[in-house]
Design a protein around this ligand. Structure first.
Ligand SMILES: Nc1nc2c(c(=O)[nH]1)N[C@H]1C(S)=C(S)[C@@H](COP(=O)(O)OP(=O)(O)OC[C@H]3O[C@@H](n4cnc5c(=O)[nH]c(N)nc54)[C@H](O)[C@@H]3O)O[C@H]1N2
Ligand SMILES: Nc1nc2c(c(=O)[nH]1)N[C@H]1C(S)=C(S)[C@@H](COP(=O)(O)OP(=O)(O)OC[C@H]3O[C@@H](n4cnc5c(=O)[nH]c(N)nc54)[C@H](O)[C@@H]3O)O[C@H]1N2
Ligand code: SF4
Ligand SMILES: [Mo]
Length: 712
């Protein structure tokens, strides 16, 4: 028996991008562990990925290509060969491309965050084809836009410095579930005397363990930051030297925040004026005392109408109090832009230029509407084909009824590259089996730490599955694309992923990275201790000329949600409860929902509801309820709990629809309206009503039972 240990990287859409050690015995992966030597990972994995072999060797893994035999959505398929699959896809795509290649749309996100299995060969293929471009907005583009206007690039506090903080604001994030290795460091900081404050409408697992929890109304974070700035200015809790040397627009900011008294802020946020005052004082005093005052701003505050502005306002705070001076201060929203990726070499956007005008752009967050649009001068051609990889839009995209209607179109040709028969794969014409991270090569940047990460293939592909790259290589060859880049191996691609000529990744060497598994970027401990922001002015921009040019308010502002009782009383009268659907701990977006042990831990779709709201509707503990608005409805089992503040309901997500009693999930009620900047979705900007189901029987129990039996 031969046993080897292979160095790998977790592929999932999680800021931690852990370094993995995979034990392989006679060609079979038997264990996945965290690398004890990699500082961010420190030998620890989350529950999901420590069970990775369960997912890889799952009996439902797709192992050969399939062609649909039933109706769209029914999930009936027959086995076909790779030759048949490629020939059929190429025949369909070629005939559409003859008319207009822009009628073909790639749809992908971060099922794997690997740069090789992501937009490298796939990007080259769609660029060369002249297909529509996908605007990838579903997660972080609102916050990214707001942060970039202010700080210049998504660069922030180093994860490895968190231990030294004295005050940590966990703002719109639940790291125990979704950023575990940050939480480990928060615990270390707490042991050293740090105070932890969670800012979250919901008493999440994390908020429960902080010293203080500020339960503001969803979508009001921008106001809270304005109120804090008001107090910092009014009480002169300011780092005048840092402001003078490293910021732009302080005088205008001062005028703007004058109107945001603690009282007004408290009213908008649904909290007390004392909470606003104390938060600002504690933050300002800690930073001015030269101690680490850190903000971990996460995704919870971005998924509302004013999500970009909220992220911007929060990103202004560290510069006002000079918190950037301390390596354990500052703010981390994402570390993505720290990585000098070579996207031009990876996806070859230059190949698209041969078609003259740039291709039409479709926003992934409005896929529901866009699949239903007829051809028009403004829109361009009707979408006739969608190629889905690394994504599960039927479960994760907003306003699901529309998304389903779009994917159910008989005249739409859909190909899905997947590990499993997901809700989206049920609508495919052709399903292609993809390899998992244990079976292919990849290289990773991250969004929560600053190490480049390598993934070696640990085992051979299962069944007839192939890496995404290989699938696009086959398609390119069959389409007759003869550029050399379509012959690159996965190692060739990984070798050009980072720029060798950039100081942060100078001398990047794929062979060395593969052997070691990880390599820290060259970065100072405190990125903006002495200014040097990546904005046009080189300063932290309280006033942003770029925002003005984009038609936005150049100063921090508050943009109320589309849907809240205060901002839209008419809608609020009909649908008085705000609903959010943040990640469940044991799933990763919709990945892992089909892993039995993890689904057993989550149980079934739940809705957390405050006792007052439940009583007002005659809803008792554990009743089945229907959650609805004008867009749709879903069922869930209630948990009556004061974790949800009054007026708020919380449905942890993202369930596969086919595992729910009624075949639905939280995206039935979410909308396709976009954020103020970044064109991102507003998943947490939703009003609903909730009613008890007439009987305790789910509407379609047979469906859930059948799905459970099929998965068992
Ligand atoms: N286990 C697990 N880990 C994950 C994921 C997963 O699905 N499961 N998903 C991954 C992905 S794709 C992402 S983008 C990240 C997300 O990472 P996080 O942003 O940390 O996501 P959550 O853990 O849901 O934390 C969001 C918190 O924001 C709160 N919230 C909702 N609305 C508001 C609001 O208006 N204001 C404020 N202040 N808070 C609000 C929610 O109650 C929730 O507790 O996590 C990644 N990691
Ligand atoms: N209601 C609600 N909706 C949300 C959110 C929310 O909080 N609430 N969060 C949003 C966010 S932050 C995000 S990022 C999106 C996430 O949306 P997606 O990026 O679509 O994430 P997943 O649902 O995990 O689906 C990824 C799929 O990719 C597949 N996959 C993984 N690796 C590979 C591979 O190597 N090759 C191929 N071909 N397939 C692979 C997996 O099997 C999985 O089915 O969802 C969004 N939707
Ligand atoms: S999902 Fe996140 S915490 Fe879990 S192993 Fe992957 S990177 Fe680490
Ligand atoms: Mo995300």
């Amino acid at each position: 028996m031969t046993t080897t240990i292979v160095r790998a990287a977790c592929p999932h859409d999680c800021p931690d991008t852990c370094a993995l050690l995979v034990t392989v015995k006679d060609g079979v992966a038997t264990e996945v562990r965290g690398d004890p030597e990699h500082p961010p990972t420190s030998g620890v994995l989350c529950t999901k990925v420590s069970r990775y072999t369960e997912r890889t060797y799952h009996k439902d893994r797709l192992l050969h290509p399939l062609r649909r035999t039933g109706k769209k959505g029914e999930g009936k398929f027959e086995r076909i060969s790779w030759e048949e699959a490629i020939a059929e896809i190429v025949q369909r795509l070629s005939s559409i491309a003859l008319r207009d290649p822009q009628a073909i749309l790639p749809y992908s996100y971060a099922g794997t965050m690997g740069m090789v299995q992501g937009e490298s060969m796939a990007g080259r293929f769609f660029n060369r084809l002249g297909a529509s471009q996908l605007e990838r907005t579903i997660c972080s583009s609102a916050g990214s836009a707001g942060y970039r206007y202010t700080v210049g690039a998504r660069i922030g506090t180093d994860l490895e410095q968190v231990n030294g903080a004295k005050l940590i604001l966990i703002w719109g994030g639940n790291p125990i579930a979704s950023n575990l290795h940050f939480w480990t460091r928060v615990q270390a900081a707490k042991r050293n005397g740090a105070r932890l404050i969670a800012i979250d409408p919901y008493r999440s697992l994390t908020a429960e363990k902080c010293h203080q929890h500020i339960a503001l109304l969803p979508g009001t974070d921008a106001a809270l930051a304005l109120g804090m700035m008001h107090v910092l200015v009014a009480e002169d809790l300011l780092d005048h030297d840092y402001i003078a040397r490293h910021t732009l627009g302080f005088e205008q900011l001062k005028q703007r925040v004058a109107e945001w008294t603690p009282q007004r802020t408290a009213e908008v946020c649904g909290i007390s004026a004392a909470e606003v005052l104390e938060l600002a004082r504690e933050y300002g005093r800690t930073a001015l005392a030269g101690e680490g005052a850190m903000i971990r701003a996460n995704y919870g505050l971005q998924r509302v109408r004013g999500g970009g502005m909220a992220s911007r306002n929060v990103a202004c705070l560290p510069a006002l109090v000079g918190a950037w001076r301390h390596a354990s201060g500052g703010i981390q929203m994402s570390t993505s832009d720290t990585f000098p990726k070579d996207n031009a070499a990876l996806g070859r956007p230059d190949l698209a230029v041969r078609h003259g005008a740039p291709a039409r752009i479709i926003n992934m967050s409005t896929i529901g509407d866009d699949l239903l649009k007829p051809a028009s001068a403004a829109f361009g051609p009707k979408v006739e084909a969608v190629i889905v990889y690394n994504a599960n839009p039927v479960a994760v995209a907003p306003e699901s009824a529309k998304v389903v209607e779009g994917f159910a179109r008989e005249d739409l040709f859909t190909v899905v590259l997947e590990h499993f028969q997901t809700d989206t794969a049920d609508y495919a014409d052709i399903v292609l089996p993809a390899t998992t991270q244990l079976e292919h090569v990849d290289v990773h940047a991250t969004y929560g730490h600053i190490y480049m990460m390598a993934n070696n293939a640990a085992i051979a592909p299962l069944g007839e599955s192939k890496p995404n790259t290989e699938i696009f290589r086959l398609l390119a060859a069959a389409m007759g694309f003869d550029e050399d880049c379509f012959k690159d191996s996965d190692d060739d691609i990984a070798a050009v992923a980072f720029r060798r000529d950039h100081p942060r990744s100078a001398g990047y060497d794929w062979d060395a990275l593969k052997e070691k598994g990880w390599q820290r970027l060259n970065m100072p401990a405190a990125p903006f201790a002495d200014g040097g922001f990546a904005t046009p002015s080189g300063k932290c921009e309280f006033y942003s000329a770029q925002m003005k040019a984009a038609g936005l308010d150049p100063l921090p502002d508050y943009i109320a949600p589309y849907e809240s009782v205060a901002s839209n009383p008419q809608l609020g009268a009909k649908y008085p409860l705000a609903m959010i659907s943040p990640p469940a701990r044991n799933f990763l977006n919709s990945s892992f929902v089909n892993v039995q042990s993890l689904r057993d831990t989550e149980g079934e779709p739940h809705l957390d509801m405050h006792p007052l709201d439940a009583a007002a509707r005659g809803i008792g503990a554990e009743d089945m309820v229907r959650i609805f608005n004008d867009r749709g409805s879903m069922q869930a089992r209630v948990r009556v709990t004061d974790k949800a503040r009054p007026g708020l309901v919380v449905g942890l997500s993202i369930w596969w629809k086919k595992f729910a009693a009624d075949g639905k999930n939280a995206n039935e009620v979410t909308s396709q309206r976009l954020t103020d900047m970044g064109n991102a979705p507003t998943f947490y900007d939703v009003l609903v009503q909730v009613e008890k189901l007439a009987t305790d029987e789910p509407a379609d129990a047979s469906r859930a039972a059948a799905a459970a039996a099929a998965a068992a």
